[in-house]
Design a binder for this molecule. Structure first.
Ligand code: HEC
Length: 107
């Protein structure tokens, strides 16, 4: 009755629902700021989705990536991929490294 596919889809739906609920309860003060247009149109869905919420949501999402890398013994930091912490421009390695770590972050 449950194919593998529909099961994983419902897990995904549940995850999205939880993420949505978490965003809903976060305080307005936390929702300040927003991504650049580049971030809002990111080729990475999770970045695009986070940017659609707020800059802080995006930072949190990025922190998850950092954590995932750390759990694997890597010391990847924001500054390894972004040359400043105001507009978060990407360094040359950023996309490649990000592709490697986003899987571990669950994306
Ligand atoms: C492994 C590389 C990597 C690390 C580490 C990383 N980022 Fe990112 N970040 C990216 C990539 C790739 C994007 C997507 C940019 C795009 O698609 O244009 C991004 C996007 C962003 C954006 C949206 C930028 C915009 O244009 O609006 C923010 C904000 C951001 N990161 C914050 C952080 C913070 C804070 C940290 C540390 C906790 C961090 N990032 C760590 C690779 C990284």
């Amino acid at each position: 009755m449950f194919s593998r596919k529909s099961l994983s889809n419902s897990v995904l739906a549940a995850a999205i629902a939880v993420a949505g609920a978490a965003a809903f309860v976060s305080s307005p003060a936390e929702a300040g700021g927003s991504c650049s247009d580049k971030g809002k149109k990111s080729e990475f869905k999770e970045v695009k989705d986070a940017c659609a919420k707020s800059l802080n949501a995006t930072k949190k999402m990025m922190k998850q990536i950092e954590k995932a890398a750390k759990a694997k013994g890597d010391k990847t930091k924001c500054s390894d991929c972004h040359s400043d912490q105001k507009t978060y421009p990407l360094k040359d390695n950023a996309k490649e490294d990000y592709k490697k770590w986003r899987k571990h972050g669950g994306y």
